[in-house]
Design a protein around this ligand. Structure first.
Ligand code: 26V
Length: 822
């Protein structure tokens, strides 16, 4: 067949294809009523066709036998919508908008029809998505491997102030971005037992038999680079029952049992676990993790076999696996199993390869989020893997014993197996032992890992540990979501920042330029108006864009301290009620985020915020001074509107608890000023922007630990008249909406000397910092300057920089470059 000429990138070609896809691919009739979703799909297919051309060219490069590749293994990819990003990267936004306008249609309206791909909980999953964007833009051969959950992150409704979860069946209307690749299906084993035997030469062989197998079917999604010819791959696995379920079991006359077994197999990829911290020990979750690790490794090994046969001597030179937290860390033992049992390598060879290819990123210091799996569960589900983990542990502990002779306590501490009545496998330790690189996600976080959580391992292998401060992609989080500000920036310093965010520094020169300030201010006002529209539509609360927009959106968790924010709102309300309103700055507070469905206190905090909003917004004495809204169903696509319209970004976690944060970076880039603690990447944000352009408050990480000794919140409350009045209003039941005592658990948490999050300890400092922020906002020129300076200083927080560092220090990939003719 002759080669097909590249598709046209002009309006006429696009218009023709749009029509073609609408009428023929989708089988719709433009003379009949049209639906936004069909129009969206038709446009998506036009863009996809153009991506597919580039995708095939990229595959030819990345799958060449000598190309070193990295694989990003992640249980979560929080991709959000793809259409706007595809158009932006293909440079077709203007053209598509013009074509649609000719048909009396609006690009924004079509884009709104797309369901968010919500295959993640929060920061960790969205980080994976930003990484993929930057890798494609830097033309690095990186494949994302994950799970194709049928149901993504639940949809959140607020009913009577409370969170109600609803399943997110995001694939219901079809997904135009994915391509099924049934020919690359893999088989993943569960259960059964191991059979050992020796061959004539005395080598031991292990067969994993009587297992219950599940098929892994890959679905590929294109990941376009920004205005280059690179299109990388996100490969998501769907679980399907093997044919044996239909034949053997049905025929054995155990019909209903076999259907149940078939369902159990397919259930593996039914639903994303909606927890961002705890919930350990669920069997289905371990099944998901192993399914991802095994299918992905088999996929890579199959391609290796095609190119290199049974010669694994260069495998570690040409492959690298990045483990996104411990969730895929079964991969360490699974790679050992595949190399030894399926590819006949010796233990030492296999271990050299494994520890030469695995790299582990830690995303949390919270002990409850550190994964441990019961040995008994491992034995039942993954018997061969447990044997391998025991062997890894035995060899590892002999190394520890050699380094620290006679230190039994250290052996106990560092063992991959936590002993006790209910022995557990420590997945983080497995990941560390099996990897050549271990990194945290912000400078402070990496330091705390080395000095605290993983200190024993750091002492043993200091050279393994490194930091890679997170970032966000400026294509989605500035160019895509904030066209007005992007336009102003590009008109001022050129368009180079879209690929090289450090160029935003050039905006510093305009910080005091009053004409530029005015334009900056006008653009931001318009973005605030758009955000106010969203709040009006979703919360029925009216935000006036003249007011200070004070925003905290992120998962609801005690360590993130939405409760501290709520106490501040009650304090402002108290001031209004007392008439202490001199020099008042009108303020609109927006809070949004999902709570894990089983997280009682987090759900009660949501109720608390909603009840405060109801009281404040209905009180005539408050008027325009204060508005409060809780935005339901916070997700990637709403953040795109929120971050563009925020003045003050609340990043107020207890110091030492937020590994990095990435919302903080999105806000900063769009010109919001941070009010925050010295936690996670806030530390580096402050470093870049300077104290004059950041409202810093609160205890440091070391201060928090010191203050735990003799922490006495009751005394702090008694000593602070503002906090006393706030607590009194809570105890008086002012926000109880007739349900007496519902906030007692929150009062108890704040007043407990054991409050791990030290809410009361930081109240005074937070209120004082808020006073400073309010005063700064009243001076428009000053605030606008701060806003410009924040955006100008955000260059370090691009995932382009992050990916360059991963590549320099860990992956060592060669950029693929462009392909001619596209
Ligand atoms: C743990 C679990 C436990 C079992 C159920 C499902 C589940 C899902 C996620 C997690 C770990 C969450 C860790 C996490 O999300 N860390 C966040 O990572 C961001 C990206 O590095 C970082 O910016 C945030 O500060 C950090 O909290």
């Amino acid at each position: 067949m002759p080669p097909v000429p590249p598709l046209g990138m002009d309006a006429a070609s696009l218009a023709e294809d749009f029509h073609h896809h609408y009428e023929l691919t989708l089988g719709r009739d433009c003379r009949r009523p049209v639906y936004a979703y069909d129009l969206y799909q038709a446009l998506a297919l036009c863009l996809r066709d153009r991506l597919v051309e580039r995708w095939k060219a990229t595959l030819a490069l990345s799958e060449a036998p000598d190309t070193r590749c990295a694989y990003y293994l992640s249980m979560e990819f929080l991709m959000g919508r793809a259409l706007g990003n595809a158009a932006l990267n293909l440079d077709l936004t203007e053209t598509a908008a013009a074509v649609l306008r000719d048909h009396g249609l609006q690009l924004e309206a079509l884009a709104e029809a797309e369901h968010d791909a919500g295959l993640g909980n929060g920061g960790l999953g969205r980080l994976a998505a930003c990484f993929l964007d930057s890798c494609a833009t830097l033309q690095l051969p990186v494949v994302g491997y994950g799970l194709r959950y049928e149901y993504g992150m639940f949809r959140q409704h607020i009913v009577d102030g409370e969170q109600v979860e609803e399943p997110d069946h995001w694939l219901r209307d079809g997904n135009p971005w994915e391509l099924e690749r049934p020919e690359r299906a893999r088989r993943v084993q569960f259960g059964g037992r191991c059979e050992f035997h020796r061959d004539a030469r005395g080598r031991q062989h292990v067969r994993w038999i009587d297992s219950h197998d599940v098929l892994a079917i890959p679905y590929d999604t294109p990941v376009p680079g920004y205005r280059n010819t690179t299109v990388n791959t996100l490969r998501l696995w769907k679980a399907a029952a093997t044919d044996e379920f239909d034949f053997n079991e049905f025929n054995a006359g155990r019909y209903s049992e076999s259907v149940a077994a078939k369902n159990a197999a397919e259930n593996i990829t039914t639903v994303l676990y909606p927890n961002d911290a705890s919930e350990n020990g669920k069997e289905l979750r371990l099944r998901q993790q192993y399914f991802l690790a095994s299918a992905s490794l088999q996929d890579v090994l199959a391609r290796w076999r095609d190119n290199h046969g049974s010669d694994f001597s260069r495998f570690a030179e040409l492959n690298c696996f990045q483990l996104n937290d411990t969730h895929p860390s079964c991969a360490v033992a699974e790679l050992m199993r595949l190399l030894i049992d399926e590819h006949q390598l010796e233990w030492d060879q296999a271990w050299t390869i494994t520890t030469g290819t695995m790299a582990y990123t830690n995303h949390t210091l919270l002990p409850e989020a550190l994964e441990r799996w019961p040995v008994e569960l491992f034995k039942r589900l993954l018997p061969r893997l447990l044997d391998i983990i025991y062997e890894i542990n035995a060899r590892f502990l002999s190394q520890v014993a050699e380094r620290w002779p006679g230190d039994a306590e250290r052996l106990r501490r560092m063992s991959l197996i936590e002993e006790g009545d209910w022995p557990q496998v420590r997945m983080a330790y497995l990941a560390i032992v099996g990897s050549f690189s271990v990194n945290g996600v912000a400078a402070l976080h990496s330091q705390l890992l080395q000095q605290g959580l993983f200190n024993d391992f750091y002492q043993l292998w200091p050279q393994r540990f490194n930091n890679k401060t997170n970032g966000v992609t400026q294509r989605r989080w500035l160019a895509g979501c904030n066209p007005a500000l992007s336009g102003l920036i590009t008109a001022t310093i050129g368009a180079g920042w879209v690929r090289n965010l450090s160029q935003l520094q050039q905006l510093r020169a305009y910080g005091d330029d009053s004409e530029f300030q005015q334009r900056w201010h006008r653009v931001r006002q318009e973005n605030k108006r758009r955000l106010a529209e969203l709040v009006q539509a979703e919360c029925a609360v009216t935000f006036d864009s003249a007011a200070l927009f004070d925003v905290q959106v992120k998962r609801i968790h005690e360590y993130k301290r939405q409760l501290l924010n709520a106490l501040h709102i009650v304090h402002l309300y108290d001031r209004i009620k007392r008439g202490a309103v001199d020099d008042w700055t009108p303020r609109c507070v927006l809070i949004g985020g999902k709570a894990a469905p089983g997280y009682f206190i987090a759900k009660r905090i949501i109720k608390f915020i909603n009840n405060i909003a109801a009281v404040v917004n209905a009180d005539a004495a408050v008027g325009d001074r204060l508005k409060v809204a809780f935005l339901p169903n916070y997700r990637v696509s709403t953040m795109e509107t929120i971050c563009a319209g925020t003045d003050l970004s609340a990043q107020i976690s207890t110091a030492g608890k937020e590994a990095s944060g990435t919302g903080n970076m999105k806000f900063m880039m769009n010109g919001a000023v941070t009010i925050g603690t010295l936690d996670g990447a806030n530390v580096e944000i402050l470093e870049e922007v300077g104290e004059d352009n950041f409202f810093l408050f609160g205890l440091t990480a070391a201060g928090v630990e010191a203050a735990r000794q003799g922490y006495d919140p009751q005394a702090l409350i008694a000593a602070d008249a503002d906090l006393s009045r706030v607590m009194q209003r809570l105890r008086d039941g002012e926000f109880d909406s007739g349900e007496a005592g519902i906030f007692d658990p929150l009062i108890a948490a704040i007043t407990s000397p054991h409050d791990p999050w030290m809410v009361a300890a930081d109240f005074r400092a937070f209120v004082d910092a808020q006073v400073c922020a309010a005063a700064a906002y009243r001076d428009r020129a000053r605030w606008t300057r701060m806003s410009i300076m924040n955006s100008a200083a955000s260059g370090r927080f691009s995932t382009d920089r992050t990916m360059e560092e991963y590549n320099r220090d860990i992956w060592r990939l060669r950029s693929m470059g462009d392909v001619d003719g596209l």
